[in-house]
Each structure stands twice: as C-alpha cells, then as structure tokens.
Design a protein around this ligand. Structure first.
Ligand code: SF4
Length: 684
C-alpha cells in the first residue's frame, strides 16, 4: 500500500498546537500521526493521545447522522433525520425563541473543543449577526490572563524555545509531561547541554514534578504567599536588581517595604511549605541569571488566581531576569499574533447592548438565576459546538438540571454522544480536524499554521462553519462571511493581518510570529502607558469584584478555605491521557487511566480508615461523588487530587467531579476556580 505523510496541525485545547504529520492510507483512513520534525517547537515530539489519533478519528462511536430526540430528555432515545430536517428544526426553534423573548433568549455556547480560528470562532459571527446572547469566556484562561496583564500590560513573553538556553527552569502550576509535552523537549535540551536545574511548584507530585530536581508543594491557592516570601528573601539577601527595577518597574521601594513582613515563616503558615525550602529555592533562583519561569494555568484556577499569577510574575522583575536570554517568564503568546478576525467573528456587527453571559455560570443561567441572566430573558435555545458543559462546567448538577428543562431547546454539534448531547433535542455530527480546513495560533509558542482536510469525514459529518453558514442562511442574512468557505475566511484573516495568504502559508508549513528579542523580553518597556511593570496592580482596570484584591502582591484570602466541616482542599487536575472530556472515549486512554481515583496522603488514609482501592466519598454543599482511594505521599495531608474529567457515567450517581466545583467567579472579572474547593472525605 502506498502511504504518504501529510502536514496538518493539532486542534486540541493545548498550548502546544503541534505541527503534525498524518499518514494518509486512503481517502477515508489515516494511520500514524507524528510530530513534524522540521518545526523547531514541536521538534518531532507529540503526546501519546494524538499519536494514537486513528483510534479517535475512526472510532465506531463517532456520530455520523443528524439525530432528533424521541424520548424524554437524557434517556438517550433519538431517531435519525436528514440534515435539512435538523437545520429546519433548529432554525424554527430560534425563530420561536426570538418571537417570544427576543434574540437574547438564544445562547450560542462554545469554547476550545477545537482551537481552529475559523471552525471555533465562526459561532461568534452567528451570535453577533443575529443579536444572540454573548458569552464571557471564563472557563480556562481568564484568571491567568488577568494576573499577567495586571503586571505586564500585554500577554506575551520570552520565546519558549529559549528554555533550551536556560540554567534554571521553574515550571510553576503546570504539568507539561501530561498536558504540554513539548515544554519537556526544550527543558531536556537545557539539562543536557547546560546542566540546567528543573524546579516544579505544584500542589502534588505530578509526572513533571517526578522528573524535577526540586519539587515544592504548596497548598492549593497559596502561590501568592509563596511568591511573596521568595521575594522577601530576594530583597533581604541582595538578589534584587535595583538598577533594572528603577528603569522598568513602578514602585520597587514600596514593594520591598510591603514584603518585609512576608517572611518564609509567614508563608509557611499559609502554604505549608517549610521556610527552609522557600529560602533554598529563593537563593537558587536569585543566584541564577538565566532563570526561566514557565507558568501554567493550574495555580490560577482559584478565586485568587489572578492575584497569584501577578505575584509570581513579579519575581523576574525584582531580579532583572528579563535582561538575560533564557531568562524571564512565559505563560502565553495570545496577544503576540495580532490576527484580525473581523469577518470570522463578525466583529463589525456587535451590538454592545447585547448581554454577555458568563459561560462558567451556565448552571445558574439555565436554572434562571436573575443575576446570571443579567436581568434579561431566560435562555430557551442553547446551541453548542464542540463543548460538553454537562461534564466540564462547574456546578455540573445545576447544568444538568438546567439542560433538562422542558422549555429549553438544545442543539449539540459534536463528534461523540457526550453527556451534553444526550440531553439535546437535536444532535448534529461534527467533523474532526483531519476532515476540514482551519488555521491555528499556538498559545504556547510562536507559529501560525493552516491545514486542509486530509480525509473524507465519515457518514454525514459536517464542519462547524458549514452548520453556522447553513443556519444563518435559513434565518436570513446578507452578512457576506456566511457565504464564504473556510479557506476564503482563512485567507481573508491572514491578509487583513499582514500575513502570507492561505495558499502561501500552506506551502510554507507555518510562519514564525515571534516578537523580536527586545520586545519579547519587554526591554523596550512593559506595555502599560508608563512603560513600567506594575508591582502595584490596578485591578479596577481588569474587572469588577476587585474590592478584596491587594494592589501589591500578597496572599488574597478569598479561597474556599478548609474548615472543620470541609478540611481538605480538592484539586480537580487534568489526566495525562484525557484532554478535558476529549479522549475519554478512546480505549487506550480509558484503560491507562483506570477509573476515577483520589490521590490521598497515606497519613490521611490511615486517619480515615482508607486502604488502596477503597471507595471514598468526597463532598461539600454542592453534592458528593464516590471515587476510589489511592494512598500517595506526593502532596500535603490536607490536599486531595482527582485527575481527569471522567464521563458522568463513570460515577455511581451519574455526575462527575465538577459537581463539587463552585461557579463562583474568581476575582476580579470572573474565571472558573476548578482547583479551589474545600471538601469532606469519608469511606463510602
Ligand atoms: S501535545 Fe497538545 S498540541 Fe501536541 S499533539 Fe498533544 S494535544 Fe496536540
């Protein structure tokens, strides 16, 4: 058989956005998938999940036909219908909702089920052109972005390829071995060629922490305190770079004064990390010029997550690490690309008076919470693409309650029969990336990529864009982009953004959008109007709810703190072989992950009378779930970790781990707090 590897790019919700090569066996079938060795970020290395992608793309359970519900909501009984019937049903439901409550009763709902800019974001054009409710995209990066912006002004950082030229890499609040494998490639280069040290700061001993020279495990939500104590030592022991700070930072003297009382002993009481370990880390960091902070999202998924991010990002400014190649910090390049997505998103037809609903509060929205509905009409049509709120959203119990409403019409456009699809009125089969065209900007690196379809989709699957365009035409529109193909939209966006056109970019493979070194390291100034890094954050500019925030870095005690009733802090962390709920359907991933499991400190297991494999119930005011206990000494006694968003039907009572996660907005400006949950535990 003649086979050929063809260029493509990974669409999944992962900062790596790997440059891929897929082996095309015939017009319908792929074989192996591998990292493109010519791309110097991917460097030929991808995760096991995507390397085994043929399991997913050719899965027997793929949705391949439009379906209409014929049973009660959630009982799983559907019948096959034609695409015309399905689109007519959806359009008719939208028309009815508009006639009864106005256009804002319709809520198109999505996030990063695909990261392709056209297939992911065309849903915004749909909402804006018809005046449907807008969506505040708070479920993933909001707190991290807010915390970074408060200090730097813009979201980019030291080129991640510079990690290979670092002498100390600090992975703070991330687990790249499981979630962004390419980071480890560049760390390995630094370790091999320079003898670089790796420090991991994470509440539990992740696979990345296992590979580290030093692992520091603070209690979840206390990273701000840890960062303050590290800075206290940096100032006390002469590691502060005063010349750099006087040029590049706003209030260094005030910061020093403020931190004088934030000693390692002060932080030990909050974080649970021994003061001696904090001092040792501060000395290592302070004494290494080329020290690179690779910041993850984990430590920001907390009510005080923005504050934690801001505090940690002060470290390289206090010490002037930004001056050095291989030094500084990075968490995302999202504002480095400057893409103009006007037509893709319909940005020129936004009505600013249309309400914006917080996607993390979908449970409250669908159950009629007036504040969450912003005083507007109920949502009576929910239209989703590549997202599974019945498992991934906080307060999952409330989400399911809302999706079961008789007066809610739900259309789910998906690849598999997810928990959300089971609750839908109409289910539409969606293509995967190998079956459509799209464009990607890598948040974790510097490359813009495009790809074409490599194989035909199974059955009657359609791309997101085709469904959006077909619905818009049924509802009546003269907005030109609803008649454009994906390739035309990609080409338009690239040309508007001053990039090569779509065909040229395909030929090139990718384009390097990195900032020049001085810009990436903020050596031309930080991106606030005064050109300074802001130790004194103006949280009022970030969003509402800034009252309890501290302007200078601190521990902001707004977390779901442990109490006598709820003594443990739960981290609902990602699993290595799942990506949100994607890949939970593939047999290899499922088998390797095993079953929903709580990692519990051995002393806690003894205190609770739990042995390895015992059923254990975790609960709080939102409900409780049963998982299996595994004694694990890589965390503090009051921390418990459950990895993976397992499907609801893997839990005894049919609702998964996010049942316990609050939808309280993080401060300021919102954001989901997935790792900020106090729980009780007892044998089940
Ligand atoms: S590491 Fe991330 S971007 Fe790369 S193949 Fe895996 S999921 Fe995709």
């Amino acid at each position: 058989m003649n086979t050929i590897f063809r260029q493509t790019a990974c669409p999944h919700d992962c900062p790596s956005t790997c440059a891929l090569e897929a082996e095309v066996l015939d017009g319908q079938t792929i074989g192996r998938v591998r990292g493109n060795p010519r791309n110097d970020y991917t460097a030929g290395v991808i995760c096991a999940k995507v390397a085994a992608y043929r399991e997913r793309v050719h899965h027997a359970d793929r949705l391949t036909k439009p379906l209409q519900r014929i049973g009660a909501k959630g009982d799983g009984r559907f019948r096959e219908i034609t695409w015309d019937q399905a689109l007519d049903e959806v359009a008719s439901a939208i028309e009815k909702a508009r006639a009864k409550h106005g256009a804002q009763a319709v809520w198109p709902y999505h996030f990063a089920g695909t990261m392709g800019l056209v297939q992911r974001d065309s849903i915004h054009r749909f909402r804006h052109a018809f005046g449907f409710s807008r969506e505040q995209e708070t479920i993933c990066v909001t707190t991290a972005c807010n915390g970074w912006t408060a200090g730097h002004g813009k979201i980019w950082g030291a080129d991640p390829r510079e990690i290979a030229e670092s002498d100390l890499v600090v992975v703070w609040g991330g687990n790249p071995v499981s979630t962004q494998v390419n980071v480890m490639t560049h760390i390995a280069k630094a370790r091999k060629s320079r003898g670089a040290k790796l420090v991991v700061i994470d509440p539990y001993r992740t696979p990345t922490a296992e590979a580290a020279d030093i692992h520091i495990a603070p209690m979840p939500g206390t990273d701000g305190a840890l960062a303050c104590a590290v800075m206290n030592v940096l100032f006390e022991e002469g590691h502060a770079d005063w010349a750099y700070m006087r040029k590049y930072a706003d209030v260094p003297e005030r910061l020093q004064q403020h931190l004088a009382s934030r000693t390692p002993e002060w932080a030990e009481a909050i974080t649970g990390v021994p003061a001696a370990d904090i001092r040792a880390f501060a000395r290592l960091y302070g004494g290494t010029e080329r020290a690179y902070l690779r910041l993850g999202y984990g430590f920001t998924r907390s009510r005080n997550g923005a504050s934690n991010m801001h505090a940690v990002t002060c470290l390289p400014v206090v010490t002037g690490k930004w001056k050095h190649k291989g030094g500084g910090a990075f968490f995302s390049n999202r504002e480095a690309y400057g893409m103009d997505l006007t037509l893709v998103k319909g940005l020129d037809v936004i009505d600013p008076n249309t309400r914006t609903l917080d996607m993390s509060r979908i449970g409250a929205v669908l159950t009629g919470d007036r504040e969450s509905l912003k005083g507007g009409p109920p949502v009576t049509v929910l239209f989703t693409q590549n997202i599974n709120p019945a498992e991934v959203a906080p307060e999952t119990g409330k989400v399911i309650e809302g999706m079961l409403r008789d007066d809610l019409f739900t259309c789910v456009h998906e690849q598999f029969m997810t928990a959300s699809a089971k609750l839908a009125d109409i289910v539409l089969p969606a293509t995967m990336f190998l079956e459509h065209e799209d464009m990607y900007q890598g948040g974790g690196h510097v490359y813009l990529q495009v790809h074409k379809a490599l194989i035909e989709a199974p059955g009657e699957c359609r791309p997101n864009l085709d469904v959006i365009n077909a619905l818009a035409q049924r509802l009546g529109t003269d907005y030109p982009a609803f008649r454009m193909t994906a390739w035309e939209l990609i080409d338009d966006a690239l040309r508007r953004s001053g990039r090569p056109g779509a065909d040229d970019l395909l030929e090139m493979g990718w384009v390097d959008c990195s900032k020049p070194y001085e810009e990436a390291h903020f050596l031309n100034g930080f991106k606030h109007p005064d050109g300074k890094f802001h130790f004194a954050a103006d949280w009022s500019k970030i969003g509402p709810g800034h009252g309890p925030m501290s302007s200078l870095p601190d521990h902001v005690p707004v977390i779901d703190a442990p109490t006598a009733e709820h003594p443990y802090r739960l981290v609902a962390a990602p699993a290595r072989r799942f990506l949100n709920t994607s890949f939970t359907e593939t047999p290899t991933g499922r088998n390797k992950e095993g079953r929903p499991t709580a990692l519990i400190h051995p002393e806690t297991c003894v205190a609770l009378g739990l042995a390895d494999g015992d059923r254990v119930r975790l609960g709080n005011s939102l409900g409780s779930v049963v998982v299996h206990a595994r004694p694990f000494d890589g965390l503090q006694e009051k921390t418990v970790v459950v990895e993976g968003i397992w499907p609801n039907d893997c839990f005894e009572e049919g609702v998964g781990i996010n049942l316990l996660v609050s939808a309280d907005p993080a401060l300021p400006g919102g954001g989901a707090a997935f790792h900020d949950t106090a729980v009780w535990m007892r044998p089940a």
